[in-house]
Write a protein of this length. Structure first.
Length: 316
């Protein structure tokens, strides 16, 4: 037993002396290539980006898994064993990202310990969010760089990887009324009220409009659909037309007309936004004499004819 311990101690001492001698005789910059000690990094992630990201409505967390190993030659096996437990700093950086994306690494500097013949794993997280103007279903890319620093005789390394993701469609419109939502007309007139709609979403959008509330005996129609081009600020105008009752007599009525608006992704009708509503107050005041115009015209014509006949008879 004592002989075995003596042999083991002798080998350890020899290894220490060998490392010390080599590092003294060979500059550090040359020792790494001789022993071929090289850090190797691999970066992977899960399925966190398989589902599209909702613009401004979601903060998605993506876990990065970084694995580290050290390559060596047969000559460097004993020397690498003596480096067991040495710390190697690892840096994670985002090198490129779309202008409409915000990506933040929660812990940018990690460290691993040298474990000859083993794979060491560390993790960090990226918080990912896309803006309202992120183009719907257009691929976005993050270029991520993992860097292992040089540590003693172990050469450092860099590894660039690309993380792809998709922004989802966000239906967001802003209706406004260039004139007003209150209109006063006579019972023989027609009210036309414009509805201006602006696209605040991230794709070409169709807006469907429908009259959802209309009083009895009133007539109301609205532009059934408009198209908003892709890009914030695109606008289009729909028109609501209201005709009040024309029954004979004096009218003093005030009624509310309601219109619904629903945005829909133009490339996929199944992707629909929330329905919003606009209300309009129409006042009908004044006398209504439907058909009286023609009666008055015929009466005037008859009177004129009678006058002509009367004048001719007197001349005779």
């Amino acid at each position: 037993m004592n002989e075995k311990r003596t042999t083991l101690v002798a080998r350890l001492v020899t290894a220490v002396v060998l490392i010390g001698t080599l590092t003294t005789m060979i500059p550090t910059t040359q020792a790494g290539p001789i022993f071929n000690f090289q850090s190797i990094l691999n970066v992977t992630w899960g399925n966190e980006t398989q589902q599209p990201l909702i613009p401004r409505g979601e903060l998605r967390f993506v876990t990065l898994v970084i694995t580290h190993t050290v390559t060596k030659t047969a000559l460097g096996g004993g020397v690498l064993s003596a480096l067991t437990g040495a710390l190697i700093p690892i840096h994670i950086e985002i090198m490129e990202a779309p202008s409409w994306c915000t990506a933040t690494i929660q812990q940018g500097t990690l460290s691993v310990t040298v474990q000859p013949g083993a794979v060491t794993t560390v993790k960090t997280t990226i918080a990912l969010q896309v803006d309202n103007d992120a183009p719907a279903y257009s691929l976005g890319y993050l270029r991520i760089r993992a860097t292992a620093d040089r540590a003693s005789l172990i050469e450092g390394c860099e590894n660039d990887v690309t993380l792809s993701f998709l922004p989802a469609y966000k239906s967001l419109i802003s209706p406004s009324l260039p004139d007003t939502n209150v209109k006063e007309i006579g019972p023989m007139e027609t009210a036309t009220l414009p509805i201006r709609i602006e696209n605040l979403g991230n794709a070409r959008t169709i807006v469907y409009l429908r009259v959802t509330q209309i009083p009895k005996d009133w007539v109301a129609t609205v532009t059934n659909q408009i198209i908003l081009d892709e890009g914030i600020g695109s606008t289009a105008t729909a028109y609501l037309t209201v005709i009040p009752p024309k029954s004979v007599g004096y009218h003093n009525e005030e009624q509310t007309i309601e219109v619904s608006l629903q945005p829909v992704y133009s490339d996929d009708a199944s992707k629909r936004g929330e329905i919003s509503y606009q209300s309009f107050l129409v006042q009908s005041r004044g006398f209504s004499t439907p058909g009286f115009d023609s009666i008055i015209f015929l009466g005037a014509f008859a009177m004129t004819l009678l006058m002509v006949v009367y004048i001719r008879r007197r001349k005779k």
